[in-house]
Every structure is written in C-alpha cells, then in structure tokens.
Write a protein that binds this ligand. Structure first.
Ligand code: ADP
Ligand code: MG
Length: 700
C-alpha cells in the first residue's frame, strides 16, 4: 500500500454522511432530516421513506447487498442481524428495497442477548431504533458489503437492552442541566450542550502464527501462563520508539480503512510495553465517539489479520508488562462550539469554568463508586490497582495552576495566581513554548488536561458508553442542584461565589496531584475517606445503591429495573469470563504443560542412568530433576485444586457465583500459574509446548 493515496478523496467514502445526504436527498427532505437530527424530533414517515431510498441507492452503488441494524448489547460488543435488500415481487422477480420503517425500526429475534431478566424468552421481542445522529456506514467483510445502521436496542416495554440508549438519555440530561447554567450566565443562544469524547485506544499486536499456538490467547484474549523474558519494558526503548515496518504498514492500512469510514484517526504511536500501541481519533459527540470506538476496535482486529497479525484488546494480555486501557477525554461543548471546560487565560476569573469545575469535583467525589463500576470488566481487575495504569482509587488531577486557583478560592484569597509560564528549552533556535496549564500525570485516573478531563480507567476492550453515561449523569446532577440554588438567588454574583467556594471546599479531598501508584497514596486516600474498590465484583453493587438508583431515575437515564438487570448481567459476565479462563488453564496444564514436563523428566532420568552407568557424576542432572519434580508436584496439586474450585463455582448463580470465582477460582489460578512459570524457566525450551512471552512480544 505504498501508492499515493488521495486521502481527502477517500475520506468518508464509506459513510452516508452530510455530503451524501445533501447530494442525494430532495432539499425539503434534507432540511427536515437535519432538523430532526438537531432537535431529536420524531421523523416524518415521508422523510424516513425518502432517506431510506437514498441510503439504499447509495449503498447499492457501492456494492452493498445487505443492511443491518447495528447495536451494542450488554455483552459490551456489537451485534448485527443482516437482511438483504431483496424484496420478492410477483412473477418471481426481486427488487432491492429498504423502506422507511425498516430504516427506523428493526425487530431482531434477539432473545439470546443478555437482558438481566428484563426480557424473558416468551416475550423475546426487542426493537432496534435508528440513532439518526450517528451516520450509517458500509462495512466490508470478505466480499460482502453491508449497510450498517447505528441503532439503539430496547424491549417491547421500552427498557434499554443496550449501552447506547442510556448514553443518549444521559446526553439529554446533561444538556438540559448545562443549559440552565448557560441561561444563568445570560446566554440565550445556546440550544444544546453536547458532551464531546475522544477515546485513546491502546492495543497489542502479535504475530498470528505465534498467537495460534497459544490456547489462552485464543480462548481468553490473555496469557494465563508465561514467564518474563530476559528483556521486558525496562529499557523503555519501545515507547514512542520507531515503529517497526510490519506494524507501520498495518497502521497505515488501518488508517485508510478508518478514514474511509469517516473516522478521523489521528495519532498513532508505540506505547510503554513492547508490542503495545495506541490510536487516537479526533473527538466527536459522545454517542458518535462511542460508535466510532466500537468500529475502530472491529477494524483493528480485521485489518491485523490481513497482515498476518492479531490485535489484542484485552486489558492485560501479558503479566509483568503494562496493560491496555482507554483514555476517555471528555468535555462539554455548546452547540456553537464553545468548550465550557476551557479555563481561558485567567481561570481564576472565569466564573463559568469555575462553576463547571466545582460541579465536576462534586460529581467525581460523590459518585466515585459509579465511575469505578463504569470502568469495571474482568480484564481491568488486572490493571486497576495493580501498581500500574490508574489505581483503583478515584481521585482528580488538576495540575499546579488550577490547584492553586482552587486553594485561593477556598481561602478567599484574591492574590493573582501566576499565569502559565513560558518554558525555555535553552536552545536559541527552538522557540519558547507555552507550557501546558497541566503537566502530564500518567498515574491519575481522572486528570484535567488543558480543556477536558481524561478518565483513564476505562478498559481497552470495553464499550465507552458506560463511562460516559455515568460521567454525563453525575455532572448533570451536580449542575441541576447548582441551578436550583442559583435560579432562586437574589444576588447572583454573591450566591455564585459562595456556592463555588463551598463546593470546592466540600470536595477538595478528591484532588490529588501526586503519584497514584504508591502505597502512601493508598494510605492517604483511606485517611481522606476515598473508596478503594479493588475488583469488579466489589464494584458492581455500586450500580444499585439507593443513591445510584435515585440519581439515575431523577435524570431519566436508567430505571431501577434496568440497573438491577445490568448488575445481574455484570455478575454473570464476570463469572463466565473467569470460568473460561479456569477451564483453559485446566486444559493447558493437564494436556500440554504437565505432559511436556513429564517427557522432560523422563529424559533427564534416562540421562542420569546413562551417565552413572559409565561411572560419571550426574549430580547436575539429579539436582535439575529434583527441582523440576518438586515444581511438577506443586503444579499437579494446584491443578487438582483448581478443578475442584471451578466445578464448585460453576454450580452457583448470581452474585454468589461471581464472588466464588473471584475469591476462590482466581487465587487457585494464581497458585497453578506460579510453578508452571517457574518450570518454563528451567525446562529445556525445545520441550516447552507453546511460544513464550519473548516469542510473542519481540517477534513482530
Ligand atoms: P493528550 O496529548 O492530552 O492525550 P491529544 O491532543 O492527543 O491530547 O488528544 C487526546 C484525545 O483527546 C484525542 O482523541 C482528542 O481528539 C481528544 N480531545 C481533544 N480535545 C478534546 C475535547 N475538548 N473534548 C474531548 N476530547 C478532546
Ligand atoms: Mg492523553
């Protein structure tokens, strides 16, 4: 793929976007559609029919034969049900058809998607509804091209069965509340406030042939065994290092595919761990960014295969090297493009910004548990709090300047806060550059980075809808309470000042600018009363506390029934994931590893006999054999114990089951892994039944 590409020419060629709509729709239809997009008003059936027709013609022109309602069930992945455009006619002929009502609404027989009991199978009806604010696109797989229509998925009675519906509801909630604040500041123009999201996606790339020889990667997405290679990430030579040729041609191909889909993939670089990389698109409206991120993950995996590679999105594919996450950059923008989180030159006097900051401090402090659960998945348990990537404790990084601003406000100190300074590099030919208002603090889970907050706990393989639904809702709630108070104030300026001060003071404990990976921080956070929720199983109940239910119901984001369903689905998802991991370990240890070690010991024993038969000293072999035998016995006992734990847990249900997997099965897996990893380091490499970390991490 080295020819010169006309990038502007291909950009967006696989989306039914603005340009296509304008070119293909009658003017009145186009205007009416745009209006519905902006206001959320229901689509007129005539407009729907005309749009469906134009969309179908465009898709067929591009070679599409099928269409699908594309949605995000609670499994955290995407789902689609393909229908062909074919519509049989009298006389045995067919026409290619997509009617307005098929565009707007679908009815997948989706009874096998997890619903947490919302939908019993006898009433298995679920509907997909077109999200007109996210553009339809063409997805290519092999030789088929499918028109994908982004949709929300809900039950017959209107309960959300997906991750998008609550996200859309939370976007309405935050817009409603932020608008009240805009009005208080005399803004009569803004009609909508939009959460903008830019997710930075981390991933690993490994060679496909090597991958295929690892059952654990195939079945679970992560390695369940594996000793550290002689070289890890200690040299720090991978981060931002030169990208290897095979990976860079993959990245280029990936970019092109994403650009065709109108996804503005922007930066790509190596990450901290060997074989780890990152991709960041330019930010978009929260729901569009969510759809795009799902698509990015999909395309990443698909394109990798073309290059003989596999893209690993798991949060912790390899023990001992950094895991992957998503940095969810989040800000609030008015419909005319003003970023409400932009501190400007003088944050100290930017009252709108300070009010937003106070609201976010309050939201994050009061609902740390919800943020934590929004980032929980089984893979993230290996990352959060495991001395890398963000710790499991939620705190907020503001940087020096803003922290001083907050301190001044709390102390009622009018002294000017030093503006952002210029940094001189000390080389005359390099210009002095404006120092970022915030330094980089890579250890903070929730960091202010210039004009946005970056929530860094989000799992690399997960759907970012959950995190953004929570963020939007908790900030909406703080803004609602501020608006209630300020709308009734006699003296707005005085009331505003008092409110900002009071809230910052009340929630100052959430601010932490230090190193979040240290034990001192764990102790300090406990002193401050900040929760430290170390596992997914402990996080899930935070979704259904009285406070959480009331919060989400107050803003129409989730009903109690929907929340309970989600908690159930999460426990189940956790249990299923660990069960697969346990079974994979049992299989690998029992069928591959132990037999390989036995073969090795047999040969060492034969060597001892042969060497001693000629009267020579076999003490080295004897020593080796005895060390291997001890570890082999340990591994075999641990395997037996894991079998017992796994089958006990498999018989349970619900939260009790998830807890059994967490408290019994996970530790048993660790106990099995330890002697096996030790064996890997002493058993001859030609005996070892699978590729090692070294083969996986340094072989692309
Ligand atoms: P950083 O270097 O701080 O990580 P980047 O400029 O690389 O920042 O941006 C990281 C991500 O944040 C990108 O996806 C970018 O589009 C997104 N982003 C930038 N500004 C905003 C904003 N105002 N709101 C949401 N996301 C943003
Ligand atoms: Mg970043």
């Amino acid at each position: 793929m080295s020819e010169n590409l006309n990038i502007p020419g291909i950009y967006g060629c696989a989306v039914f976007g603005e340009k296509e709509m304008r070119d293909r729709l009658p003017r009145a239809i186009y205007k009416s559609l745009k209006k519905s997009m902006a206001t959320g008003e229901e689509l007129d059936p005539v407009v729907a029919d005309a749009t469906a027709l134009a969309m179908k013609e465009w898709a067929i022109d591009q070679g599409a034969t099928h269409y699908t309602h594309w949605f995000q069930p609670l499994t955290g992945t995407t789902a689609e049900k393909h229908d062909s455009f074919i519509s049989p006619q009298e006389g045995g002929t067919v026409i290619m058809e997509l009617r307005g009502k098929e565009l707007i609404k679908g009815e997948p027989d989706a009874s096998s998607f997890p619903s947490g009991g919302i939908r019993a199978t006898f009433e298995a009806r679920g509907y997909t509804v077109w999200d007109i604010t996210s553009p339809a696109f063409l997805y290519e797989s092999g030789t088929t091209k499918t028109l994908c229509i982004p949709t929300a998925f809900c039950s017959y009675t209107g309960e959300a069965l997906d991750k998008k519906t609550p996200l859309l509801r939370s976007m309405e909630a935050i817009s409603r509340q932020a608008l009240r604040i805009c009005r208080l500041f005399g803004d009569t123009q803004t009609q909508k406030v939009i959460p903008s999201v830019g997710p930075e996606q981390e991933y690993f790339i490994v060679d496909r042939e090597t991958y295929l020889r690892r059952k654990d990667l195939i079945f679970t997405g992560r390695t369940l065994f594996g000793a550290m290679p002689p070289k890890g990430q200690e040299m720090e030579d991978h981060y931002f290092g030169a990208i290897k040729e095979r990976v860079s041609s993959y990245m280029r191909d990936l970019d092109v595919e994403l650009w065709k889909l109108g996804i503005p993939a922007k930066t790509e670089h190596n990450e901290a761990a060997p074989a780890q990389h990152e991709l960041a698109p330019i930010y978009a409206t929260a729901n569009v960014a969510t759809d795009e991120n799902m698509l990015i993950m999909n395309v990443m995996k698909k394109v990798a295969l073309r290059h003989g590679l596999v893209c690993l999105l798991h949060e912790k594919p390899f023990a001992g090297v950094n895991g992957s996450g998503k940095h969810n950059n989040w800000s609030l923008t008015t419909d005319d493009g003003k970023n409400l989180l932009d501190p400007g030159k003088e944050p100290q006097h930017n009252r709108m910004f300070l009010l937003m900051l106070a609201a976010i401090m309050r939201a994050v402090d009061e609902h740390a548990g919800l943020l934590r659960v929004s980032a929980a998945n089984p893979g993230n348990d290996h990352r959060l709090g495991a001395n890398e990537a963000p710790p499991a404790i939620i705190s907020m990084f503001l940087g020096e300047q803003l922290t001083t601003v907050v301190e001044h406000i709390i102390a009622d100190n009018d002294e000017a806060v030093p503006a952002v300074s210029r940094m001189k590099v000390g080389v005359a030919t390099l210009p002095a550059i404006r120092r970022d208002a915030t330094d980089r603090n890579r250890t903070s889970p929730f960091a202010f980075t210039g004009n946005k907050f970056e929530f860094r706990m989000v799992p690399s393989s997960g759907c970012i809808a959950d995190a953004n639904t929570v963020l939007n809702t908790i900030v909406a709630d703080a803004l609602a309470s501020f608006a209630d108070e300020l709308e009734g104030a006699q003296d707005f300026d005085a009331a505003l000042h008092a409110l900002i001060r009071r809230e910052m003071k009340a929630h100052q404990r959430i601010i932490f600018n230090g190193n979040g990976y240290t034990d001192e921080w764990v102790a300090e956070a406990a002193r401050r009363g900040l929760p430290n929720i170390v596992s997914m199983v402990d996080a899930i109940p935070h979704l259904i506390t009285r406070d959480a239910v009331e919060l989400f119901e107050r803003h129409g984001v989730y009903t109690e029934k929907e929340l309970v369903a989600r908690a159930d689905v999460s426990f189940e998802l956790y249990a299923k994931t660990i069960n697969i991991e346990a079974l994979t370990m049992i299989d690998m240890a029992g069928k591959d590893i132990i037999p390989a070690v036995v073969r090795y010991t047999t040969e060492v024993a034969a060597s001892i006999a042969a060497v001693e038969a000629v009267g020579m000293d076999a003490s080295v072999q004897r020593d080796l054999l005895s060390r291997v035998s001890v570890l082999l016995r340990q591994a075999s006992a641990a395997l037996a114990d894991l079998r017992v734990c796994q089958s006990a847990a498999a018989r349970m249900t619900g939260e009790e089951q998830a807890r059994a997997y967490y408290e019994r099965v996970c530790p048993a897996m660790q106990v099995l892994r330890a002697p096996v990893d030790h064996l890997e380091m002493i058993v001859g490499s030609s005996y070892w039944p699978m590729p090692t970390y070294g083969d996986l991490l340094f072989n692309v």
